[in-house]
Write a protein that binds this ligand. Structure first.
Ligand code: HGY
Ligand code: MN
Ligand code: MN
Length: 416
């Protein structure tokens, strides 16, 4: 089958307008977005996305995790769909493009197929996965993890946010709990467009990342139990200071990650002190260590060393230390045939490109468990993401969506 002609273009202006329209929903406080999963803002974003899909003639299916599947029919009713998507939920201080570019880039590919009167053998299904970020409800990529059979529906429904609200109750509350069994859908292939969320493409002057792999991840939730006591009248020798243990563990995580260079990262983004009073030594400290590497042995080695050294640190101070993994996936190798479709699309369209390992996790990582899968990436300014100042250029958005469009057509097979 002939590859799509280089003259098959998307409408970059329409894509950019849709990105800016979606960015108005769940605004942040510094120009980005706070459209966290299963909030009213998420519901509003879903409704806008559905209205656009209705206009594009797509039919909607929603599963019991609330993931949205918007299908454009193919010519062969027996052919499995090519799925293309990402997520509309954001971090509390998120950017306008993380996830959103992937969902709206996929919609733009479908809109362009409509404009160009393109028929494909395989249906196309645009996906909005619920709770990719894992910010409100850990872990990240929750709905795609249930879809891939890695996490149970009951586990997902029981996840709670910092206010003690459960995923299941919040999904019901916003009215987006669907009927479809999660994972019942079978995919011919899965593509995801995403911003890089790192500095490599921009610093190398490349417009497209041909994503070959994604690094693996552990999220280790530590619960340290010390003794609440007066910060003024308790002699230093009498203290059972969980805050001190936490500080030493954070320093140790930095040391372990630096010793594992290159190709390893480690840090902590969320922490809670209880009772969190200025003049009470904390009785309980809870925080999540996020470690990642593309190398399986290095990733698991870091986990083992951190858990062992944390136990030693806590024993020395007399603090009780409990650890629970609350997020994990092994390093991912994407499907070479689909990766080649991305590379040849970039070449055909004349976009500079390079191979890339994804530093961030994505729904594609779980999709790759159940179907051939890969990703397309575009640069972001200063490699910044998970920050309201996250920025891309309209040209980068167009380049990414155009390469996605061509790679998807390659797999979905144009019918003359
Ligand atoms: O954590 C991640 O890598 C993604 O942003 N959920
Ligand atoms: Mn994302
Ligand atoms: Mn993200």
């Amino acid at each position: 089958m002939a590859a799509p002609g280089e003259n098959l273009k998307i409408n970059g202006e329409r894509l950019w307008d849709s990105l800016m329209e979606m960015a108005k929903i769940g605004p942040g406080v510094a120009g980005g977005n706070n459209r966290q999963t299963l909030t009213d803002a998420d519901a509003e974003g879903r409704a806008l996305f559905k209205s656009w899909c209705d206009d594009a003639g797509l039919t909607m299916g929603v599963d019991t995790m609330g993931s949205m599947f918007m299908t454009r029919p193919g010519t062969d009713p027996e052919a499995l769909p090519v799925y293309v998507g990402s997520h509309l939920d954001t971090q509390p201080t998120g950017g306008k493009y993380d996830g959103v570019l992937g969902v709206l880039g996929a919609l733009e590919a479908v809109r362009s197929m409509n404009d160009l009167g393109i028929k494909t053998k395989h249906p196309i299904c645009v996906v909005n996965w619920t709770n990719e970020e894992g910010a409100r409800f850990a872990p990240a990529m929750l709905a795609s993890g249930v879809f891939a059979g890695e996490l149970s529906l009951d586990y997902a429904y029981a996840r709670t946010d910092l206010e003690g609200k459960t995923f299941g109750a919040e999904l019901e509350r916003i009215g987006w709990k669907g009927e479809e069994e999660v994972g019942a859908r079978k995919m011919h292939a899965y593509y995801e467009l995403h911003i890089e969320q790192g500095p490599i493409l921009e610093s190398e002057g490349k417009e497209i990342g041909v994503v070959t792999h994604c690094q693996g991840l552990w999220w280790l939730e530590f619960t340290l139990t010390g003794k609440e006591a007066h910060t003024g009248s308790t002699p230093m020798a009498m203290r059972v200071n969980a805050g001190l243990a936490m500080a030493r563990i954070l320093e140790m995580v930095q040391e372990v990650a630096m010793a594992a260079q290159p190709g390893a990262v480690g840090g902590v983004g969320q922490m809670q002190f209880a009772p969190n009073s200025r003049n009470v030594l904390p009785g309980k400290v809870v925080f999540t260590v996020d470690i990642r590497s593309p190398d399986q042995a290095k990733l698991d080695g870091m986990r083992a060393e951190i858990e062992q050294r944390a136990a030693d640190i806590c024993a020395e101070i007399g603090v009780d230390c409990a650890v629970e993994p609350v997020g994990h996936f092994d390093p991912v190798t994407f499907t070479p045939e689909l990766v080649e479709n991305v590379r040849s699309a970039a070449e055909r369209l004349g976009y500079s490109h390079m191979n890339l390992i994804s530093g961030a996790g994505h729904d594609a990582c779980w999709a790759a468990k159940v179907a051939p899968a890969t990703m397309v990436m575009c640069p972001c300014v200063d490699g910044l993401s998970h920050n309201e100042a996250e920025e891309i250029t309209p040209d980068w958005a167009t380049a990414g969506a155009e390469v996605l469009f061509h790679a998807v057509l390659e797999t979905a097979e144009i019918v003359e």
